[in-house]
Ligand binder design. Structure first.
Ligand code: AMP
Ligand code: MG
Length: 357
């Protein structure tokens, strides 16, 4: 049984926190809201708790976990040494959705880091995550609270759908405010490098650090179409095939949607669309009967990010076979949104097929 305890997201009650803290201290697993997505927490310095996290998620042991701390001052609990740039980054971005790769401290089990000599560390800002870290006094290892490879959870309901019976407790603090995972930053190179775009934008990092590189993960469209397995599958819906339509001009987008809808419907597939507020009018005219969900305005990637995963889950649960998703650009959180869509997509469409095939 998994207990679900409602908490005030701004001021969680102490008794709920104490109960969750006791659970963590005795090796249990507690899911809790962070500002990004719900985390599946266990004591990072307890090898058995860490093992249970991997088992509950079905996560391969080769995928390292992020360790959460209450403040930069707690870093010595889990890291061996602290590079100079950390204080600047902490001052600007902690608490917040930035994960730093740092030299692993001796007390951190190798299972946390998948055998690496580095450890990923973050100081979350969500009041429930903060309070849980402070009340427990623990370093908490917490990947997203979903089954491996699926869509990350942004509500306690999402967590329960994936992990009911596999974890001890969920603190239900409502929907998470950012909605995509943290930015993972490698500061060991001369030019810092984003390993995973996320809640802190590249622009915000560059305003503090100067130029920041981005690790390109995506396979090319040709590779992806030749073998969808080449795209690292992650964040994907259970049932539906997600098709990302990456066509910048609005007219091209409408044509591409028309082409893809016809193609899908010919094979009897149910099609839904995840779109921008700006698309509602033409979609209503062109496809009045199609299931659609507007994630937010093109000018507001923050709102789109907040609604993205719930939108993907809703389409999947409504029984769609194909989800068409429009591209949202790369400004601000757009980069993180595009990264998740690349990984979730079975197909990326950048031009309309000439022969109608
Ligand atoms: P998640 O916990 O699902 O948000 O994913 C954590 C991600 O952080 C991993 O999948 C890695 O991509 C990254 N990560 C964690 N630890 C390290 C590390 N020591 N070095 C590089 N990347 C890491
Ligand atoms: Mg995850």
């Amino acid at each position: 049984m998994t207990r679900c305890i409602p908490v005030d997201p701004c001021a969680p009650a102490l008794d709920a926190l104490q109960e969750a803290a006791e659970c963590l201290k005795s090796g249990g697993l507690v899911a809790f809201p962070t500002e990004t997505v719900y985390g599946l927490g266990g004591n990072a310095l307890d090898g058995r708790a860490v093992q249970r996290i991997f088992e509950a998620k079905g996560r391969p042991a080769t995928d390292p976990l992020i360790v959460h701390l209450p403040a930069v001052e707690a870093l010595p609990m889990v890291v061996k040494s602290i590079p100079d740039v950390v204080s600047t980054l902490a001052e600007h971005f902690w608490p917040g959705p930035l994960t730093l790769i740092l030299p692993r401290g001796e007390k951190v089990p190798l299972s946390v880091t998948a055998g690496l000599d580095t450890v990923a560390v973050r100081v979350p800002s969500h009041p429930v995550a903060q309070a849980l870290l402070r009340v427990s006094g623990l370093a908490i290892a917490a990947p997203s609270a979903n089954r491996f490879g699926g869509v990350s959870p942004t509500t306690a309901g999402h967590v329960l759908r994936d992990l009911e019976g596999r974890i001890d407790m969920v603190l239900d603090g409502g929907a998470t405010p950012i909605g995509v995972e943290s930015t993972v930053l490698d500061i060991s190179t001369a030019v810092p490098r984003i390993l995973r775009p996320g809640g802190v934008s590249r622009e915000a990092l560059e305003a503090v650090l100067g130029p920041v590189d981005l690790l390109e993960r995506k396979a090319s469209q040709e590779e992806a179409q030749a073998s969808p397995g080449l795209l690292e599958k992650h964040y994907a819906p259970h049932h539906a095939r997600l098709i990302l339509v990456e066509i910048p001009q609005n007219e091209g987008l409408q044509e591409a949607f028309a082409h893809l809808v016809t193609q899908a419907e010919q094979s009897g597939a149910r099609v839904g669309a995840l779109i921008a507020d700006e698309d509602l009018a033409w979609l209503e005219t062109q496809f009045p009967a199609m299931a659609r969900l507007a994630l937010g305005s093109l000018n507001d990637p923050g709102t789109v990010a907040r609604n993205l995963y719930a939108g993907m889950r809703a389409m999947d649960e409504a029984g769609m076979d194909v989800i068409l998703v429009r591209d949202f650009g790369t400004a601000g959180l757009g980069l993180a949104i595009r990264d998740r869509l690349y990984r979730a997509a079975s197909q990326i469409v950048r031009h309309i097929a000439q022969n109608g095939a």
